[in-house]
Design a protein around this ligand. Structure first.
Ligand code: GLN
Length: 196
């Protein structure tokens, strides 16, 4: 069984634990840098990207997160987590972890729509996925190796680049665990290759 960490500094952490366990993997809330070596994949949860970034710096996580990515271990950024993974953020000079070849814009769905649900088709995952958007970002631009998995109103809201998966919404807030299951499969594949 693979073990998947959820960066537990701020945001929707517990819900991801449940979703991972429902998808047949083991979950670990990561609060200390040393715990990263114990997990095969990592979820960066939704919350507030600037707050999570401050805590990443405060607890010395940044270099270790970049090293985790270098080892080829899968990472899944949801909402704020997507912003943290992106190489480019609209109106920001520097990225945060900056490992996924995408440009994201924060809070892109307008004030009236701070929070809403939408049914999405996600390539390779589901035709009818109810996605919960909360002050969500979207992907403005994706590099050539990025596979676009879902769009909502012409905007990219889910994508994969090799070991990296990202989505604008909160897949952990419903009982539909198919996107988490997709990530669990990515982690299983990466782990089996490591030992091949
Ligand atoms: N608006 C938040 C940010 O920019 C993301 C919101 C979320 O994760 N639900 O970090």
């Amino acid at each position: 069984m693979v073990k998947i960490g959820i960066l537990g500094l701020q945001g929707a952490v517990r819900e991801h634990v449940r979703s991972i366990e429902e998808s047949g993997a083991e979950a670990a809330v990561i609060k200390k840098v040393e715990q990263l070596s114990e997990v095969d994949g990592l979820i960066i949860p939704g919350g507030e990207s600037t707050a999570i970034r401050k805590l990443i710096d405060k607890y010395g996580f940044m270099d270790h997160l970049k090293e985790f990515a270098k080892q080829g271990k899968p990472m899944f950024g949801t909402c704020a987590g997507l912003i943290l993974l992106a190489k480019h953020i609209v109106d920001y000079k520097e990225p945060h972890i900056g490992v996924m070849d995408i440009t994201v814009e924060r809070n892109s769905f307008g004030r009236q729509k701070e929070s809403f649900e939408a049914d999405l088709a996600i390539a390779g995952v589901a035709d009818d996925f109810t996605a919960v958007f909360i002050r969500a970002p979207h992907i403005v631009k994706a590099g050539e190796n990025v596979e676009i998995l879902a769009k909502y109103e012409e905007r990219i809201v889910a994508a994969r680049e090799g070991q990296f998966l990202g989505c604008s919404f909160h897949p952990e807030l419903t009982d539909d665990h198919r996107l988490t299951q997709y990530f669990v499969n990515m982690v299983e594949e990466a782990k089996s290759k490591q030992f091949a």
